[in-house]
Write a protein of this length. Structure first.
Length: 656
């Protein structure tokens, strides 16, 4: 039995959707015909996207796709030259007077840049960086909060033909240095400080410690502030960003680059060992985002996007490209979505007339704790679409967001992909009805499928590995300086297929569901279960605010369930609560799934993109090295979880 739809697109939404116009342009019978042709003829599709969105090439390419060296090494826009910054910020592409970036500080101060001001700031920075010797192929680290200057820096490095290396703004020095050493970075861009939850968080001292660990760095460009002073300033290494830009010209001269040349290395955590450097190119990143956001996710010129994020997650670079390319406004906000009070995110939507709101399901679950009142107090009538990514939804949090934020009027377009993909594999669209927590289907041009352990398609309703049957223009061009690891990570498990590492299924109506990372899955009594299914049962009790369910070794059953739980407000952790939560799992899934361990913690280990790091939770329960922790928002949570696991006997933790 399939779930019912809870939202249907009306005639106006269908008529105004860019997808509808694109389908009509190509005289196709409908969306299913477009999806089928984009899969069967990927070269046709990516050519059509480039043409539709006016992605300009200073030297036209000879062919859009060349897979002669095998799918993992497909080349794109062969023989062409372009530049991502030149495409996105081209004079005349959109009205130069329109707002390009709006930024609000934690204390409510607002700064606004027009498209012309963003391009001028970018051009001045190009001259500053060029004077310091930055040119094609030079890797430049970004250790920056989300500021208007961060957007200018992103485009400036691309305009020079350099390589952007975004780092999470909360990285410790060691994690940042590991990535910059891997990239061979020659420069670092940073800020004196940022603000989070009312505290001034110094960034320059961390940047200094990074510089000492990266011998290839030649200089650091610093956004100074009034409280910066001169402490720690190194006259040989440090440069004053604002002072140099004030003296630089604003003429716009982006460099033509080979279309498939790298413009960004963005690192994603490895299960073990060092982080993986994914490689994105001038033609690949912009074209994939044009297809996903301009078509499937229906971003329109004039839309105002808010997605509180960080440059270290692919959402940060995405926002800069999508809003500039498609003629929207990027709304940035310093700090946290629920500080100084739980209503902050909703006030930002109201104040800045946000029409396009992005959210990670984990953030929605955190905001749920405050109840519906902060949401109800805000005027959210400006919202046109919401987009979600980062984690599988739980039904309770999905319905809460749909009822209270979307007010059952605005759809949630769910998308799942990854840093290695350049955006999405599965997506929602405004042409499809909504089922809670699900996706309309595969992204266009991707060849997504669900297969068994031998690479054969699974039946409707069965869970299998999410794969790609063909390369995409947005895929990483290998892993930086490690082709063997690239092949082993994605292409060698099932030869000829990209194995993404997610479990998925589709129902009889064609809706797709992600069940979590395949290495997070628990298999008991012959049934493979994603962590979200177990966690949803816990959250539905109202007694758990957050939970992570993982599989641990069991001498009899092979695997057993272990839970790390953040109790709901007012709940007292202990055997009674553990027993109630264990009973909820048994009631929903059966006796074989009764948790063997339940431990209570104040917070779960999360990345700065708000993903719960279940592999870390699993490793702590098993007493193993959790691998790369560089992207953790709260590394102290790992030690607290380890202490809880070590201090709790199996019988007492389960409460039964």
């Amino acid at each position: 039995m399939t779930e019912p739809y809870v939202w249907q697109p009306d005639a106006r939404i269908v008529t105004e959707a860019t997808l509808t116009a694109f389908i009509d342009r190509h005289e196709l019978a409908g969306y299913d015909a477009l999806l089928a042709r984009s899969t069967a003829e990927p070269a046709w599709f990516w050519n059509a996207v480039i043409d539709w969105f006016g992605i300009a090439f200073s030297t036209p390419f000879e062919r859009v796709m060349d897979a002669s060296e095998g799918p993992p090494w497909t080349r794109w826009c062969v023989g062409g030259e372009t530049n991502l910054a030149a495409v996105c910020l081209a004079p005349g592409r959109h009205d130069d007077a329109m707002e390009a970036v709006v930024w609000e500080s934690e204390d409510g101060a607002v700064r606004r840049w027009s498209r012309a001001e963003l391009r001028d700031a970018t051009a001045r920075l190009v001259h500053v960086l060029r004077a310091e010797g930055i040119g094609p192929g030079d890797a430049v680290g970004f250790y920056l909060p989300m500021l208007p200057e961060t957007v200018a820096a992103f485009f400036a490095v691309a305009a020079l033909g350099g390589i952007v290396v975004p780092l999470f703004s909360g990285f410790a020095a060691e994690a940042a240095a590991d990535r910059l050493n891997d990239a061979g970075a020659v420069a670092l861009m940073t800020a004196a400080a940022t603000s989070r939850r009312g505290r001034r968080v110094a960034m320059k001292p961390v940047a200094d410690a990074v510089a000492e660990r990266v011998p290839t760095l030649r200089f650091t460009l610093v956004l100074r502030d009034a409280d910066d002073g001169t402490d720690g300033w190194d006259a040989k290494r440090d440069r004053d960003w604002r002072a140099l830009c004030a003296e630089a010209p604003a003429d716009w001269e982006p460099r033509a680059m080979p279309a498939d040349a790298p413009f960004m290395l963005i690192y994603t955590s490895g299960t073990t060992g060092r982080a993986k450097g994914t490689v994105h190119t001038h033609c690949g990143f912009v074209t994939k985002l044009a297809a996903d956001f301009g078509l499937s996710l229906d971003f329109h010129a004039g839309d105002r996007m808010l997605w509180m994020s960080d440059m270290g997650w692919v959402v940060g670079p995405m926002q800069a490209v999508v809003t500039a390319l498609l003629g929207g406004t990027l709304v940035l906000a310093e700090g946290a979505p629920d500080w100084p009070d739980p209503g902050r995110l909703w006030r930002l939507v109201e104040r800045h007339r946000v029409s396009y709101l992005g959210v990670a399901p984990t953030v929605a679950r955190a905001l749920m704790r405050h109840g519906p009142e902060p949401v109800a107090a805000a005027d959210l009538s400006c919202l046109r679409l919401t987009v979600s990514s980062g984690e599988p939804w739980n039904p309770d949090s999905w319905h809460w967001f749909f009822d209270h934020v979307c007010r059952r009027r605005v759809p949630i377009l769910n998308v799942s992909g990854g840093t290695e993909i350049g955006w999405g594999i599965l997506t929602g669209t405004p042409l499809h009805p909504l089922k809670p927590c699900s996706f309309a289907g595969p992204c266009l041009g991707m060849g997504a499928d669900i297969v068994d352990a031998d690479g054969r398609p699974v039946a409707v309703g069965e869970v299998g590995e999410l794969v790609l049957r063909q390369p995409s223009i947005g895929l990483t061009r290998g892993l930086w300086r490690d082709p063997g690891r690239y092949l082993d990570s994605y292409w060698n498990t099932l030869p000829g297929l990209w194995v993404h590492g997610d479990w998925a299924s589709r129902d009889a109506d064609g809706a797709w569901t992600i069940h979590g990372r395949s290495d997070d899955t628990v298999k008991l009594a012959g049934k493979r279960t994603g962590p979200a299914e177990i966690e949803s049962l816990l959250l539905a009790t109202g007694r758990a605010a957050e939970a992570a369910a993982v599989g641990i070794a069991d001498p009899v059953k092979g695997q057993a369930v272990a839970l790390a739980v953040v109790p709901a407000v007012g709940e007292v952790p202990g055997d009674g609560l553990a027993a109630a939560l264990a009973d909820a799992v048994v009631s929903g899934l059966g006796a074989p799934f009764r948790p063997a361990r339940v431990v209570f913690v104040a917070e779960l280990p999360k990345t700065r993109s708000q993903k719960v790091m279940r592999r870390v939770v699993r490793a702590v329960f098993a007493g193993r090295d959790p691998g790369d922790l560089g992207s953790l928002l709260n590394p102290e949570a790992v030690a607290a979880l380890a202490a809880a696991v070590a201090g709790t006997a199996p019988k007492g933790t389960a409460g039964v």
